[in-house]
Design a protein around this ligand. Structure first.
Ligand code: 6R9
Length: 566
């Protein structure tokens, strides 16, 4: 019989010393860490890099890249120099405070340097997921009229310059043959390794991430430099980062996790950040853990499940003894995976919950607390959570309702780009409570149990996919008349994208057309958005009055079928 709770492990020395369980926590206690608390001048890139260099830690390793070819290392000092050179190039081409700079690069140190260089000169950085295809790239840059793009020459076939009229300059990391782009790597070489920091306000824009809603196009969530308070502190208490840690967050910065916990939180804590290029493979991932000597590892349930599926024999081939702390985010973490890690690695997986909009973790299993597998953990110090009913009144323990967070906290979003209405929709019961859009219940000890989304959002392998975006793309294909898209429960990916469609006259549905339509969505949007299943219907269920698609009905249909067949 497995234990229903897992005891705290021996780590977590920071939170153990600095926080007494049950006490209130004031975020202002964190301000002293930062240079701005004395100088009054703030910039995220400065606090991530220069602060450590000035404290005599310039020789400490900041980035450690394992990918194709030889490993690449940047010390904090080298990172400062390189970021400054890139910042000088950007400045020379007119990039300045408040400009939107999109970064469309693979998992490689260049991507990190590009982001930090843009932030150093006061620009707002928009990291784009490396698997985005032409339309996903175009829609996002056009939405906020981005003026600058830093990408790689090999990605340029997915950048349609003609259809992004706001773009003034495109910088690329590989000179290639096309001379219309600016080779930022080459131009940076001849720049000075010193650059002035653009001092901004705590409330000024830092990054923009697009998240999928259940209706309409993705929304641009804008965050401010003040986020560093909570990002630093959760790095310290939840990730349990200590100066000599070798830390690997497996997410690409195009997902908010890869930016906040792949770049900001670890660098604010002065640790070594491991970057691994390339796609998932169990062998390659174990290899990275061993070769880099990873101590703290932040990943997602789908990846853990895929590793589990590869079996213990493979795992045993690697020396994973450096690992001491594992965390997860993005989708429900099933208890089986926690027990798998506990039994094979001797470590618990610590689930964490947050959203693009929240800017940092809010609910987590901090190292000093008992884990209840199946629960995301409890609100972190300084955060208050409640479960509200449809009228906005708190529900008792074990009753499922809307997951609500008491406002405010340091890293809450600043705004939704040009969409006040969308921003307000997060506060339907007044400004005291932020409503996540997730359903959950609390147990008698205040542990939070996730129950699903209250809207139609799909979560496949930790990617949030808006059904509307996929539906819109599907009906652009000449064979598809109408489309309704839902998430179908899946053992490995959490959910898969399933489409119900009606077909235009003259088309024969079959394997060939299925593949063609799937590829169509994959090529235009992204691989993770392409339906893995497509089912043809006579007609789609709609609401009687407004004719709105009833995704709920499609879901029900899928559920009933699952019950009958199991
Ligand atoms: C960081 C991130 C947010 C949505 C969120 C929820 C789901 C995140 C979770 C989780 C179950 C967890 N989610 N963490 N569900 N357990 N530990 O994921 O941001 O991409 O904006 O997604 O992801 O539904 O509302 P984002």
């Amino acid at each position: 019989m497995r234990d229903s709770v897992l005891p705290p492990h021996s780590g977590g020395s920071h939170i153990q010393k600095e926080y007494k369980e049950g006490e209130p926590f004031d975020w202002r206690n964190v301000h002293d860490v930062f240079t701005w608390s004395k100088s009054g001048q703030v910039n995220m890139a400065y606090e991530c890099i220069d602060r450590h260099v000035n404290a005599g830690k310039g020789a400490h390793r900041a980035l450690y890249y394992i990918g194709k070819g030889k490993a690449i290392t940047y010390t904090y000092h080298e990172l400062q120099s390189e970021v400054s050179r890139w910042a000088n190039v950007l400045r020379r081409y007119g990039v300045g405070k408040g400009d939107y700079v999109f970064v469309f690069l693979p998992k490689h140190p260049y991507g990190y340097i590009a982001m930090l260089a843009a932030i150093r000169i006061g620009a707002v950085v928009g990291p784009l997921f490396e698997a985005f295809m032409e339309e996903a790239v175009k829609d996002r840059i056009n939405d906020c009229e981005g003026k600058y793009l830093i990408t790689d020459q090999s990605f340029m076939d997915r950048v349609n310059k003609e259809e992004i009229p706001s773009l003034r300059h495109i910088f690329t990391t590989d000179s290639g043959n096309d001379t219309t782009e600016i080779s930022i790597v080459e131009e940076a070489r001849v720049e000075s390794s010193f650059s002035e920091v653009e001092w901004v306000d705590l409330e000024d824009g830092l990054n923009i991430h697009y998240t999928s809603g259940s209706t309409g196009k993705p929304k641009g969530i804008i965050h401010a430099h003040r986020n560093m308070i909570q990002q630093y502190q959760t790095g310290r208490w939840v990730l349990d980062l200590h100066e000599n840690d070798v830390y690997w967050c497996t997410a690409h910065p195009g997902w908010v996790t890869g930016t906040v916990y792949g770049v900001f939180a670890p660098l604010l804590n002065g640790v070594t950040v491991v970057i691994h290029g390339g796609r998932f493979s169990a062998e390659a991932w174990y290899q990275v853990l061993e070769e880099a000597g990873v101590t703290v590892w932040y990943s997602a349930p789908t990846a853990f499940r895929m590793l589990q599926a590869e079996g213990e024999d493979l795992q045993k081939k690697f020396d994973l003894s450096s690992l001491r702390h594992i965390l997860s985010v993005g989708e429900p973490l099933n208890p089986e995976v926690i027990y798998w890690a506990y039994e094979t690695l001797g470590l618990r997986i610590h689930d964490t919950w947050w959203m693009t909009e929240t800017g940092a973790q809010l609910i987590a299993n901090v190292p000093t607390r008992t884990i209840k597998p199946g629960s995301m953990g409890r609100p972190i110090p300084g955060i208050e959570v409640s479960i509200l009913d449809e009228e906005g009144s708190p529900l008792p323990a074990f009753e499922t309702g809307h997951l609500a967070i008491r406002t405010s906290w340091p890293s809450i979003m600043k705004e939704v780009w040009k969409n006040k209405q969308k921003f307000n929709s997060y506060f339907p019961y007044g400004e005291d409570w932020y409503i996540a859009g997730d359903l959950a219940y609390l147990d008698e000890d205040g542990y939070v149990f996730f129950q699903g989304r209250s809207d139609d959002m799909i979560n496949s392998s930790g990617e949030r996919i808006g059904p509307f975006e996929v539906e819109s793309k599907l009906i652009e294909h000449p064979a598809i008349k109408e489309a309704g898209v839902i998430g179908k429960p899946d053992d490995v990916r959490g959910e898969i994208v399933k489409a119900f469609v009606t077909i235009n006259h003259g088309y024969d549905w079959g394997e060939e057309l299925f593949k063609e339509v799937r590829l169509f969505v994959k090529d235009k949007l992204a691989a993770h958005a392409a339906p893995r299943e497509i089912e043809v219907l006579e007609e789609l269920p709609k609401t009687q009055i407004s004719g709105k698609l009833l995704r709920r009905e499609l879901k029900k249909r899928e559920q009933e079928r699952a019950t009958f067949s199991s």
